[in-house]
Ligand binder design. Structure first.
Ligand code: ADP
Length: 191
């Protein structure tokens, strides 16, 4: 069983690589961004409470995110070979909560794989995606900058959290999708 945290700033390519990884390893993709967008689309209470944070590029409060992840793990734990966590944990409080959730099921994080991409490339990728994604947070420079700053202030410390446990591997996230995928799979195959 692999439980992998795929880490990186907005626009790093986590979603693209996750899709390929779930196919290769039969893992469950647990993307908090996708789950929130689903709730938003369905107009659930959770979606309504997350909307104002998401549309401005801010983080949804930890307790809301953690509860949603816990539900997803409980629903899927008996029918999966493991998880790709994408966009979660995004704060150290979320990382601690994830460790506790997994411990209840006698599971642990195998490792964190961080995709390294320079800021200028991130911005152009997000703007390009914004043409088709229908995401309000992809549409303008101000929101994109908020997301990158939130990442630097609140999310980057999560890499240290796994680094001190000896679980962090950073790989180059610029290049061909296949080449990046190969780098990720060689890390996973070494777990
Ligand atoms: P990206 O990685 O492209 O920025 P995501 O799809 O992962 O986007 O997330 C979109 C938005 O959903 C975030 O900007 C945030 O508002 C909310 N969100 C997703 N995951 C989390 C999380 N773990 N904690 C708090 N907010 C989250």
């Amino acid at each position: 069983m692999y439980n992998i945290v795929l880490f990186g700033p907005p626009g790093a390519g986590k979603g693209t690589q996750s899709e390929k990884l779930i196919k290769k390893y039969g893992l469950t993709h647990l993307s908090t961004g996708d789950l929130f967008r689903k709730h938003l689309g369905e107009g659930t209470e959770l979606g309504i409470s997350a909307k104002k944070y998401m549309n401005e590029g801010h983080l949804v409060p930890d307790e809301v995110v953690i509860g949603m992840v816990e539900d997803k793990i409980n629903e899927t734990k008996n029918m999966t070979h493991g998880y790709i966590f994408d966009g979660f944990p995004r704060t150290t409080a979320q990382a601690r909560a994830l460790d506790q959730m997994l411990a209840i099921h006698k599971l642990t994080i195998s490792g964190m794989i961080a995709l390294d991409v320079p800021q200028e490339i991130l911005k152009s990728r997000i703007k390009e995606r914004g043409k088709t994604s229908n995401r309000m947070d992809d549409q303008d420079e101000v929101k994109i900058n908020v997301r990158i700053n939130v990442y630097l202030d609140e999310t980057l410390p999560v890499a240290d959290y796994y680094n001190v446990q000896g679980k962090l591997t950073t790989i180059n996230g610029v290049g061909e999708i296949e080449q990046i995928f190969d780098s990720i799979t060689s890390v996973i195959d070494s777990y």
